[in-house]
Write a protein that binds this ligand. Sequence first.
Ligand code: ZN
Ligand code: ZN
Ligand code: ZN
Length: 299
Amino acid sequence: MSFRNPKYTRSVSQEGSFNSSKSSISSSINSNSSIFGQLPRGLKGENVEWKKAKECYICQKKFNHTTRRRHHCRFCGNSICEEHGIKRRTKDEQKRLRICDNCDRELIRNEIQSEIEGEISRLQTEVQNARELNEKLYKDHYEKTSRVGQLEMELSKAERSQKQKEQLLQDRLNDEQIKAEKTRKAIEDIRNELDNAGKSETDMNQKCAEAEAQLESLKGEAENLRNRKNDLETQIMTLTSKLKESYPLDHVRPIVCDRCLNKLNQVYRPMLSNGQVAIESTNDSKQSVNNSQVLNPDN
Ligand SMILES: [Zn+2]
Ligand SMILES: [Zn+2]
Ligand SMILES: [Zn+2]
């Protein structure tokens, strides 16, 4: 509000030089900030000369001493009316100085631009960081993907070998089962053979017993036959003696064949009285002697 003081305005306008009257300001006026890089001298904070125009350089309306007094923009030095120099801005960080609308607009634009540039630079940094992070993540992802691929390969390899082992075990198990089956059959065969052997032993025993019984009965039969033979021999002997008594054999001899004659000679001793037959049957002299003994008493 001190700038609106006419005294101050007058002193500035009277002395004509901002620099000479305000040395405290001039020392700080040269301080450059990065925002003012592209700006004209005054806007950069440097000292400017006040132009003594007769009209406002913005609205071109003529000044007078009552309703439209002449003022000066401390940034461009141009003459301005009150209406177009109503704003204040800091130049030396301590005091707020009159500024025209043009300079103010320029500063605002510059601030915005600088802000935008700052934002752009910040975004560029962010983009760079994001790019680096992305690269790192991509690398990580690649490494992990290849590791996963490796692990998958190992896993499938392990699975394959596991399957092979299972197959091997299955084959071995099948073999063992076949062997066990064979062994079971062999045992079964042996058991059957043993059973058969037991049965045949029983059969043999039975047959033995039967054979013994048969043998026994044959022995009995043989005994019977022997007895019967003895009986028959006795009968024959009796009959022979009767026959001999009834029919003389000398009459038969000439009409039978040699074989029958021989038989007759064996059974019926010839007449010992003439001694012919005894000489003929020399091969069986003992029997003939017996016969002769049997026959003799009848003579
Ligand atoms: Zn004006
Ligand atoms: Zn200005
Ligand atoms: Zn005959």
